[in-house]
Ligand binder design. Structure first.
Ligand SMILES: O=C(O)CCC(=O)C(=O)O
Length: 249
């Protein structure tokens, strides 16, 4: 049995732990190697570029949305995606944030080719109820630069302390996908952009309000891999499709 205390990485300094408590998010710079990201991007690209009839059901989409629609839960089907979900630096950070081992319940790979919509402001707990509430997302930047132009994340620091806010219909359909819901009852102009470089990993709390805008660049994708984790003794409650817990060992 591996001892959590002695064997696991502890990537976060005490000031980063304080920052997470205060703001609801923290970034580990250069947490994932560029070579690994290139290999993973290539793997997903090959999977998604195959003729539709040869693409496995879980990775299939319409011709038009091959590189705009996110790929949901590749970790449930694909060993490379599972390996990316288990990065030791992510496992160690989550153990520090949660005080125990984490398990993964959801993954999403985003291409977000130029012109693709972003996701309206929301709190992840609204979509994935878990008990006790322990969920943290790890969002890996998979482009040289992720910024306002190609559709970076925006967050409102400290909003993880507000509890779950109401969510209603998306208001700006020019920026955001229509099928999601948007947080209400807060001034969304307080959002700040999270500018990231390739390999940076953003960890954020399930109640932190966050969003992303349309990719307004003409020639830059905004690829990212984001996994959602809960503490090993916590459980997803309402979502049948996300009940399975994937260990990080
Ligand atoms: O990456 C994005 O554009 C949105 C991601 C997001 O909202 C999430 O991971 O919860």
């Amino acid at each position: 049995m591996i001892s959590l205390q002695s064997e696991l990485l502890k990537p976060l300094s005490s000031s980063q732990l304080e920052q997470y408590k205060r703001d609801g998010f923290v970034i580990i710079k250069n947490g994932c190697s560029s070579d690994l990201i290139d290999a993973f991007n290539r793997h997903i690209f090959e999977l998604r570029s195959a003729p539709l009839e040869e693409t496995p059901d879980w990775a299939r989409t319409s011709e038009k949305s091959r590189y705009s629609i996110r790929l949901f839960n590749p970790h449930q089907h694909d060993s490379f995606s599972r390996q990316m979900m288990k990065l030791p630096i992510v496992r160690g950070t989550l153990a520090q944030l949660m005080g125990k081992e984490a398990v993964c319940v959801q993954s999403m790979y985003f291409y977000k080719e130029p012109g693709s919509h972003g996701q309206a402001a929301h709190q992840d707990y609204y979509y994935i109820k878990n008990d006790p509430m322990t969920m943290v997302a790890a969002w890996i930047a998979m482009e040289e630069k992720v910024d306002e132009e190609n559709g970076c994340l925006w967050v409102i620091p400290g909003t993880h302390k507000l509890g779950l806010l109401p969510h209603g219909k998306v208001k700006n359909l020019d920026e955001h996908e229509e099928w999601t819901d948007e947080t209400e009852g807060i001034d969304l102009n307080q959002q700040i952009p999270v500018i990231m470089e390739k390999g940076d990993i953003l960890f954020f709390h399930e109640l932190l309000i966050h969003s992303s805008n349309r990719n307004r660049s003409t020639d830059r994708w905004r690829r990212s891999y984001v996994c959602h984790y809960i503490r090993e003794d916590s459980a997803v409650t309402l979502r049948e499709d996300l009940r399975e817990k994937y260990t990080l060992i």
